[in-house]
Design a protein around this ligand. Sequence first.
Ligand SMILES: N[C@@H](CCC(=O)N[C@@H](CS)C(=O)NCC(=O)O)C(=O)O
Length: 231
Amino acid sequence: MLTLYELSGKADLRFSPFCWRARLAIGHKGLPARYVPVTFTDKDTIAFSGQKRVPVLVDGPETVADSWKIASHLEHAYPDRPSLFGGDIGRSFTRFIDAWATQSVFPSLVRIVLCDVLDHLDQSDAAYVKTTRERDLGTTWDKLREERDAFVPELRKSLAPARSILRQQEFLAGNEPLYADYSLFGLFQWARLISNYRLLDPMDSVEAWRCRMVAHTSRLIPDPQSVPPNI
Ligand SMILES: N[C@@H](CCC(=O)N[C@@H](CS)C(=O)NCC(=O)O)C(=O)O
C-alpha cells in the first residue's frame, strides 16, 4: 500500500496541481494508496521527508518527494503496470512536457486563478499563502485580482503547442492519456477546483481535451473526495 501525503484545504479539498499529477500517476498504475491530508502550515507531518513540500510518496522503505520523481519512481518500481511514459524515449519527451507545463503554462495560470484560493483555506493557511505568494510574485492580493484578465492571452498563447497537437489527436500522448497529459492536466485540475474562472474558449482543442481529462480522471480515481465541481 502506497501513502501519498497531499495538500488539503478547507472541507478537505485536495486541489494541489502537483499532488494531482501524483494522484493520477498512482491511479494510472492502478495501485492501492492511502491519501493523507497535509495543510500548508502543517510542516511537521512531512518533516520525515527532509523537505517542506507535497506531494510526498511513501512506498515501503522509500520516501519520494516531488511529482516528477514520484512518477519516475512508480514507473521504475512497477514496470508490469500500465506505463506512464511509454519507454525511455517517452520518458525524456514527457520530462520536456512536464517542464513546459510547469515553466511556461503555470505562471500565467497562477496569475489568473491564485487569487481565488484563499476561499478554500482556513485562516492560518490563508494568511500563510497570502504572505508567501505576495512575496514570491512581487505583488499584492488586490493587484493579483485586478490584473487577472490581462494574463488570459498569455495563458492561451503558452498552450499553442498543445493546441495544434490536440487538433490531431485526443491526448498529448496519443489515443490514451499518459503522464504527459496528467502533468498538464494537474494544473487545470487545480484551477477548476479553486476557481470558476473560464480560462479557455469553448472551441479550443485544449478545452475539449480538458473536458476529456475531467471524465478520464473521474473514471481513474472514483474516490468521492476527488469528485470535482461542475466546470
Ligand atoms: N516541484 C514540486 C513542487 C511541489 C510544490 O510546490 N507543492 C506545493 C503545493 S502545490 C507546496 O507543498 N507548497 C508548500 C508551501 O508553499 O509551503 C513538485 O512537482 O512536486
